[in-house]
Design a protein. Structure first.
Length: 194
């Protein structure tokens, strides 16, 4: 059984706001596991997305930023999210049946623009530098996502249920993953055996 320790650092912001900007941090050149969150009105953070990357956090965050402002990813109402309530202003265009909605998105872009900026100011990112082969990262990403999906509210309230995480079948060895974070991230386990 292999043991991995993930030490999450953050929160970081997309833009210069209340927290250090992710794009100006040394850790942004690392790779590993990242968590997007929304600060919860009662304290702590609620997870909105979990990901893994073999490229730098800088590059992956830039890609996600472009996908968000381009309408491919969902846009949440920030005021609702801060209360742990899911209100999607836009579902995105990556799902089957939504890929041809660019004209609709373009028509709503002026309305969405200030809401996207507000969402970007609201979202906070946590990063765990972690070097391992892709399937190890994917297995850990999958395990964290499955854990969050099965948590009571508010931990699972903003987590997307229809994002598919890949569980590699070729890794037979069991893993123990210790997750450390100085901030309170709702539902983030301290230990996973996978």
């Amino acid at each position: 059984m292999k043991k991995y320790i993930l030490k999450f650092k953050g929160p970081f912001s997309f833009i210069r706001h209340t927290h250090p900007c992710i794009f100006e941090q040394d850790i942004a050149q690392d790779s590993g596991i990242y968590i997007w969150t929304i600060p919860y009105c009662q304290g702590g953070y609620i997870i909105t997305y979990i990901g893994e990357t073999g490229v730098s956090f800088y590059k992956r965050t830039k890609e996600r930023f472009i996908q968000l402002i381009g309408g491919n990813y969902r846009i949440l109402d920030s005021d609702s999210a801060l209360k742990g309530e899911l209100k999607e202003l836009w579902r995105g265009m990556w799902r089957k049946g939504t890929r041809d909605k660019m004209p609709e998105y373009f028509e709503k872009l002026i309305e969405f623009a200030p809401k996207i900026v507000r969402l970007l100011k609201t979202q906070q990112i946590f990063l765990a530098s972690f070097e391992a082969e892709r399937n190890i990262r994917r297995k850990i990403e999958w395990a964290i996502a499955e854990h969050i999906k099965n948590q009571p509210l508010p931990a699972s309230s903003l987590f997307p249920r229809d994002v598919r995480y890949y569980m590699p079948k070729d890794i037979k060895e069991s893993l123990t993953v210790i997750l450390e974070c100085q901030s309170n991230i709702y539902g983030l386990p301290k230990k996973l055996n996978i």
